[in-house]
Ligand binder design. Structure first.
Ligand code: PMP
Length: 298
């Protein structure tokens, strides 16, 4: 594992951020989670675009260009020599004082961790997983738009605690109107009568890179898709249901709040989309040049 911190490539033991960093003190910052598959960084451009969009909305100026960020990410992966990896890109407000004022933070901190990821066990893809609905609504767009991938994950973490207590791996999160938003770290889809549906992003969901890839794959395969408003009843009575995310890829859901979804097994369209996604994931990325000497200072 190697970690880029503000221009330097460090080991896990060396990599440190100040306790006065507002990312630590206030969760003031943004991040991305990206996969490397067989030496290809999956949809790197889309991840970097999302990072800069998140930064723009929270008025954080990333101290490097889009192009530099892309190259630094690729160089950090090259330096680790890992062909299959997980990249955690974090930009925090930087070091300031004990007040929340971001004006006291002259320089954002840029961290790029390249390591491995905790994946769902393979058997989950064969059996499917269960969800429970969290009692905590997703943060409304007017407060902190869930499309901003911010360092404030407490809303999701509290829902995750509820999932854990219920003995399931993920929780369904609704918005304040009671409509389906997403899960704690995944987007959600359902299939009904051959049509693929997912909540539109204004229901309170992150614009998942995997979500977008699955919508594209489905449209290319001629499957009708709809980004819409969904209630729990729609999910309970769906033929199939699945989650999407960088870690999960396409994860079948077979039970929500004790209601069996479809026939209680991973659905045919879900399995088909997972296969197509796994075919795409090595093709649809930016190739890492492992031979080129990393330009990052060591
Ligand atoms: N929703 C939330 C809240 C997330 O944190 C994530 C990322 N883990 C997702 C959805 C899925 O997004 P992506 O496909 O870009 O990983």
């Amino acid at each position: 594992m190697l970690i880029y911190v503000d221009g330097k490539l460090l080991t896990k033991e060396e990599a440190k951020v100040s306790v006065f960093d507002h990312g630590y003190l206030y969760g003031d910052g943004i991040f991305e989670g990206i996969r490397v598959y067989e030496g290809n960084v999956f949809r790197l451009k889309e991840h970097i675009d999302r990072l800069y969009e998140s930064a723009h909305t929270i008025c954080l100026e990333i101290p490097m260009s889009h192009k530099e960020m892309t190259q630094t990410t690729l160089d950090t992966v090259a330096a680790t020599n890992l062909r299959d990896a997980y990249i955690r890109l974090v930009v925090s407000r930087g070091m300031g004082d004990l007040g929340i004022d971001p004006a006291k933070c002259p320089k954002p901190t840029v961290v790029i961790i390249v390591g491995s990821i905790a994946l769902y066990p393979e058997e989950f893809y064969e059996t499917g997983i269960s969800l429970v609905t969290s009692s905590i609504p997703r943060i409304p767009c007017q407060c902190l738009d869930p499309r901003v991938k911010s360092l404030n994950y407490l809303n999701n973490i509290m829902a995750k605690i509820e999932a854990r207590r219920a003995g399931v791996p993920e929780a369904l999160m609704l918005n304040q109107e009671g409509h389906v938003a997403e899960c704690t770290a995944d987007n959600i889809f359902m299939v009904k009568d051959g049509e693929l549906k997912t909540p539109d992003l204004l229901q309170g969901a992150l614009g998942g890179i995997t979500r977008a890839a699955v919508l594209e794959i489905a449209r290319d395969a001629g499957i009708p898709t709809e980004e819409t408003v969904l209630a729990k009843h729609d999910l309970y009575t769906a033929d199939e249901c699945f989650l999407t995310g960088t870690a999960a890829e396409v994860m079948p859901v077979i039970d929500i709040d004790g209601r069996t979804i479809g026939n209680g097994k991973p659905g045919k369209m879900t399995n088909d989309l997972l296969d197509r996604f796994r075919e795409l994931r090595v093709r649809d990325g930016i190739k890492v040049n492992y031979e080129a000497a990393a330009t990052v200072e060591r």
